[in-house]
Design a protein around this ligand. Structure first.
Ligand code: 5AD
Ligand code: SF4
Length: 460
């Protein structure tokens, strides 16, 4: 019998990378690889990287420094270790990576990882292989279906890629260059994947794409389907109790998608809709193609369709030329909209993007000070949202054992982490709880047998 080979995959960045990491494990499983939780005993180490901000990209090189040490220690014990850099840094930097970090055997971009077995066979023993092409063949058609037990072990909540790439060209963003043009998968393929997930016990599917609400895939009727229509179809898949989608662009929030938030009980009341800035001047410089008021109007429409919806967003502070007055506009938007959660970042100039070349780059200290003020405002907003859910009776999808024995953890419809007392057999179930307390990182709930749900943060 051939010896079992171990692969350690470390993912950085967004949900797309989490999904891709699972697909890489699926591609390697027929080659005899099983996943391991640490690099120390791995025959193959894959760093699935993120290029969105400089800090994210730099992490890769420090990790490669540690792997160089590990590879030589293992070599001294007679064990070989292959090191692969995948993901968006691979796409952006290609052969530069093997030059800067000779420990790397293979560099593979996000559109080529279905070829991992043949690429690995060509690399090693000093041979460096770089594949950052956008092949004409559809990567998804070349990915093997994982065993049911493998999918089951990954949990009751799963990601499903429906769209990749971006055509928006925001002036700060590398995504259109690393992930390429927008491509939507056909409805039939997505449906088959959703049914397979449901069959393995998945209860919640989050549809993912760099610009997911720009989805325009081929429907079974030969017409182009939008995300709203896709969600409606997926809501009929037996076993799937919850649907979510991320990440969206304000320009693509169409009427059908907003109506889906009113009409589909399986579509969870949560929307991640990045706004980036509250200043019209900065939004224009970012090429976002909408104003602050356009965003407010969309939010009003979404709230009219689903009054209790939890809103989330992304923000960038310190974009080139951002003044105190521009930043004040961002704070005003935050206070007016009321976000349940948010991600916020200091602007990071990315090579090859238009904004990186602009005049008016701001000093680090200004960016750091604005980020601290913004994060305090977003924190306050999040706490207010969580506090308003104390006392409601809602449903929790039970995902895993909790932090303490006898506790379970799951998510509310609003994507809040909830801890409560219960037994392992309940994992995968949807239970009714009364939210009793809001802690800094999660809520606490009391299970109510036989209670009816009164979701009710509409009063927010
Ligand atoms: N600098 C800082 N943040 C960025 N983002 C994208 N590019 C940059 C950059 N150059 C943020 C945006 C985006 C999120 C995924 O990352 O807010 O929505
Ligand atoms: Fe980047 Fe803008 Fe596309 Fe989002 S919409 S991936 S921020 S270019």
């Amino acid at each position: 019998m051939s010896h079992v080979k171990k692969v350690f995959i470390k993912s950085y960045g967004c949900q797309m990378n989490v999904y891709d990491a699972e697909r890489m494990a699926d591609v390697l499983a027929p080659e005899g690889y099983v996943e391991t939780a640490t690099a120390d005993d791995a025959d193959l180490v894959i760093l699935n990287t993120c290029h969105i901000r400089e800090k994210a990209a730099e992490k890769v090189y420090s990790e490669l420094g540690r792997l160089r040490q590990l590879k030589s220690e293992r070599a001294a014990e007679g064990k070989a270790t292959s090191v692969v850099v995948a993901g968006c840094v691979a796409q952006a930097e290609g052969g530069e990576i093997t030059r800067r970090a000779p420990v790397v055997d293979l560099v593979v971009g996000p559109q080529s990882y279905h070829r991992l077995p043949s690429l690995l066979a060509r690399s090693g023993n000093g041979a460096k292989v770089v594949d950052t092409e956008f092949p004409a063949e559809d990567k998804f058609d070349h990915l093997p279906t994982p065993a049911r037990a493998v999918t089951k072990a990954r949990g009751v909540s799963a990601f499903l890629t429906v769209q990749e790439g971006c055509d928006k060209f925001c002036t700060f963003c590398v995504v259109p260059y690393t992930r390429g043009a927008e491509v939507s998968r056909p409805v039939a393929k997505i449906l088959a994947e959703a049914e397979r997930l449901a069959d393995a016990g998945v209860r919640e599917i989050t549809l993912i794409g760099q610009n997911v609400n720009a989805y325009h895939g081929e429907g079974p009727d030969g017409r182009t389907w939008t995300l709203g229509r896709l969600l409606e179809r997926l809501s009929t898949v037996p076993g799937i109790a919850r649907l979510r989608y991320t990440t969206s662009h304000p320009r693509d929030m169409d009427a059908a998608l907003i109506a889906a938030h009113r009409d589909l009980p399986t579509l969870m009341p949560y929307l991640h809709l990045p706004v980036q800035s509250g200043s019209d001047r900065i939004l224009a410089a970012m090429n976002r193609q909408h104003t602050g008021d356009d965003y407010r109007r969309i939010i009003d429409e979404v709230r009219a369709a689903r009054p209790d919806i939890a809103l989330s967003s992304d923000f960038i502070v310190g974009f080139p030329g951002e003044t105190d007055a521009d930043f004040a506009d961002t704070l005003r938007l935050v206070r007016e909209v009321g976000f349940a959660s948010a991600y916020s970042f200091k602007y990071s100039p990315r090579p090859g993007t238009p904004a990186a070349e602009r005049d008016g780059q701001l000093p680090e200290a200004v960016k750091a000070a604005r980020l601290a003020v913004l994060q305090a405002a977003l924190d306050e907003s999040r706490r207010a949202f969580n506090a308003a859910t104390v006392g409601i009776v809602t449903e929790v999808l039970v995902e895993r054992e909790g932090r303490h024995p006898g506790q379970l953890a799951g998510k509310s419809p609003y994507l809040q982490a909830v801890q409560f007392d219960g037994e392992g057999a309940q994992i995968g179930g949807i239970i009714t709880v009364e939210i009793t307390e809001a802690g800094p990182n999660s809520l606490f709930g009391r299970p109510l047998a036989g209670a009816t749900v009164r979701d009710g943060v509409a009063a927010l």
